[in-house]
Ligand binder design. Structure first.
Ligand SMILES: C[S@@+](CC[C@H](N)C(=O)[O-])C[C@H]1O[C@@H](n2cnc3c(N)ncnc32)[C@H](O)[C@@H]1O
Length: 277
């Protein structure tokens, strides 16, 4: 057996121990996240927390839940946008909505909803297409701070200005300003958009399916998982979706190479819109 006494090997061991400690202490399971991205984020955390080693960071987060909450913000990447990839939302309007209309009632699951931008985007599309009243949306994430922000529906006006262009390119039918009230540099979104939304803590790594759904949107989450965890998530989606239900993913995500490759067929491949086979 070849022995490896290098400093890099120390970091690898410390990283695994940190991830294991987080799981044991706080039940957040990052063990099957993609190695490269978790490494990058932990390295960033080292400078944020002014720790010289991952072991020092581990000691800090084990003893201090507030420090762990801070680390969670770095590990979960709570970045989002409204109508992110406008052509994706346009394709939902054109290709998916006509089929959704055939259901008397709808359940939609937005998995990894982060701070809610995707939820409000979907709700706006459904409102404009006359479907929001008969839809229940489950918006889930593992980051409680993100979920709280999503529940509030208040976004910086500076960002909302950029989202206005996205909304128009995504086939928006109204004035985007109709959906919010501007105050003190913030846009407070119309609370009727979230009337039928349940925001909840749910992990694709550790939790199971909670409802039958017609559409699942899980965008820019699976890119952070390794193959094993991606397979787990696709398994949950397959179990939750009704016969011929829709799965919509982020621009770099596909079920194609997963264990569930044959269980989903592309409806609009370019826009990552799939249907249960
Ligand atoms: C980059 S954001 C994507 C937000 C949004 N879906 C979008 O496309 O704009 C990734 C989100 O996935 C969430 N996430 C990470 N691991 C998760 C897990 N195991 N289960 C559910 N959500 C998770 C993070 O908390 C974060 O909010």
């Amino acid at each position: 057996m070849e022995r490896n006494f290098s400093v890099e090997r120390n970091s690898e061991i410390e990283l695994r121990l940190l991830i294991e400690a987080i799981y044991l202490k706080y039940s957040y399971d990052f063990r099957d996240y993609s190695g490269a991205s978790i490494k990058r984020r932990v390295n960033h955390a080292l400078s944020q927390f002014e720790c010289n080693t991952i072991s020092a960071l581990q000691e800090k987060v084990l003893r201090d839940p507030a420090a762990f909450m801070q680390l969670l913000q770095l590990l979960t990447i709570p970045v989002s946008e409204m109508f992110r990839d406008p052509s994706h939302f346009l394709a939902i309007r054109k290709e998916v909505v006509p089929l959704l209309r055939t259901y008397p009632s709808l359940k939609i699951w937005i998995a990894g909803c982060s701070t809610g931008e995707e939820v409000y985007s979907m709700a706006i599309v459904l409102r404009e297409e006359g479907l929001l009243d008969r839809t229940v949306i489950y918006a889930t994430d593992i980051n409680p701070r993100s979920l709280e922000k999503a529940r509030q529906g208040i976004f910086s006006m500076e960002n909302v200005r950029a989202y206005t262009a996205n909304y128009q390119q995504a086939g928006g039918q109204c004035s985007f300003a109709d959906y919010y009230t501007a105050a003190y540099g913030y846009a407070i979104f119309d609370k009727t958009l979230r009337e039928n939304v349940t925001f909840a803590d749910h992990s694709l790594a550790t939790d199971s399916v909670f409802s039958e759904t017609q559409l699942i949107s899980c965008r820019n989450v699976l890119i952070y998982f390794n193959k094993k965890l991606q397979d787990r998530a696709f398994g949950l989606f397959h179990e939750s979706l009704c016969h011929r239900g829709f799965l919509v993913l982020g621009s770099k995500e596909t079920p194609e190479f997963s264990a569930f490759g044959h269980q989903f067929e592309p409806l609009v491949k370019l826009e990552r819109i799939y249907r249960k086979s």
